[in-house]
Design a protein around this ligand. Structure first.
Ligand SMILES: Cc1cc2nc3c(=O)[nH]c(=O)nc-3n(C[C@H](O)[C@H](O)[C@H](O)COP(=O)(O)OP(=O)(O)OC[C@H]3O[C@@H](n4cnc5c(N)ncnc54)[C@H](O)[C@@H]3O)c2cc1C
Length: 285
């Protein structure tokens, strides 16, 4: 059906060697759940598909120097099954409950999700609340790219030609942080791309005041990112219903400030507020 050669190297060094010789003609393939859709639609043409999905070097989940390492070729199903991810990055594990269908989850990878740079990539907000960085290798050696800087725009990846992501490095949760969540609204409950998604990691003092907060929004802006103004607004305060609605309202105004008032704002403006308050409700003591 497609006039392409499928290449499946056994080692990362072989993959890099192949890439360095065939950069312009090669597309990296992991689960293929975006690549195959793009090839069928004619948006993507290439001579070689380089399958990195089974490279051992891209398939680690471990704690390294106090940080959580998640290999780029780890599938969404494996994220959902990982106790280590559940312990150190529970919001990321929650993605697996809400991502596509079982068939897609079984092959779709976190590296593909991030590198595709869709504004709706479900794993991105949970990675952002852990200040995740991608470890990248390519013709000029190794470098670290913050996940927040991976997309230069919707579906535009900032990786250089010939570079591939080997793994992600996530801050593990600070000791005083007990609240984690990932929420997503799609057109349906199952098999739906997010119309909006959010992730949060929050710590509270014994009086309820917020002593640590990271919050990220997906699908509503050209690229998912942290909303540090909202974090700063809530930091140090004791949440009550009014505060949560005020923060939710500020969030939807900030979102509109970035995107402009599109037709979808009629729906998104109240939906963002509502989803934000619903997510933060457990913080009320
Ligand atoms: C029916 C269906 C439902 C879906 N539902 C959801 C959903 O609910 N939520 C969601 O977020 N997404 C969804 N998607 C999109 C897709 O499944 C995800 O984006 C998935 O995580 C992509 O991973 P993959 O391994 O299949 O990537 P691939 O399709 O193999 O690759 C995607 C992109 O990433 C690049 N790439 C892959 N691995 C690397 C690497 N290690 N280094 C550098 N570049 C790399 C590829 O070259 C390509 O540009 C859905 C797709 C389908 C078809």
């Amino acid at each position: 059906m497609f006039d392409v050669d499928y290449i499946r190297p056994q080692k990362l060094t072989d993959a890099l060697a192949f890439l360095s010789e065939n950069v312009p003609d090669t597309t990296i393939l992991a689960g293929g759940t975006d690549v195959m859709v793009d090839m069928r639609s004619g948006d993507l043409n290439c001579r070689y598909l380089l399958d990195v999905g089974r490279l051992e070097e891209l398939r680690r989940i471990e704690i390294d120097d106090g940080n959580l390492t998640v290999g780029a070729a780890i599938t969404i199903t494996e994220i959902g099954e990982s106790d280590l991810i559940g312990r150190h990055a529970p919001a990321l594990r929650k993605v697996a409950d809400k991502f596509a269908s079982r068939q897609v989850r079984n092959i779709a990878t976190v590296g593909g999700n991030v590198a595709h740079c869709s504004p709706c990539g479900d794993t991105i907000p949970p990675l952002l609340i852990h200040d995740a960085v991608a470890a990248v290798v390519g013709p000029s050696g190794e470098r670290i790219v913050p996940v927040e800087e991976m997309a230069s725009g919707p579906y535009h990846c900032s990786l250089h030609p010939g570079e591939l992501i080997t793994h992600f490095i996530l801050d593990t949760k600070p000791a005083n942080v007990e609240f984690f969540d990932f929420q997503k609204i799609g057109r349906r409950k199952e098999l739906a791309i997010a119309r909006m998604s959010m992730a949060a990691m929050i710590g509270q003092e014994s009086d309820g005041s917020i002593s640590f907060i990271r919050f990220a929004l997906g699908s509503c802006t050209p690229t998912p990112h942290r909303f540090r103004d909202i974090e700063n607004y809530l930091m140090g305060k004791i949440p009550d219903k009014d505060l949560l609605w005020e923060a939710g309202n500020a969030l939807s105004r900030q979102m509109l400030g970035i995107t402009g008032r599109r037709p979808s704002a009629v729906y998104k403006e109240p939906a963002i507020e509502g989803l934000f308050v619903r997510m933060m409700y457990p913080l009320l003591k």
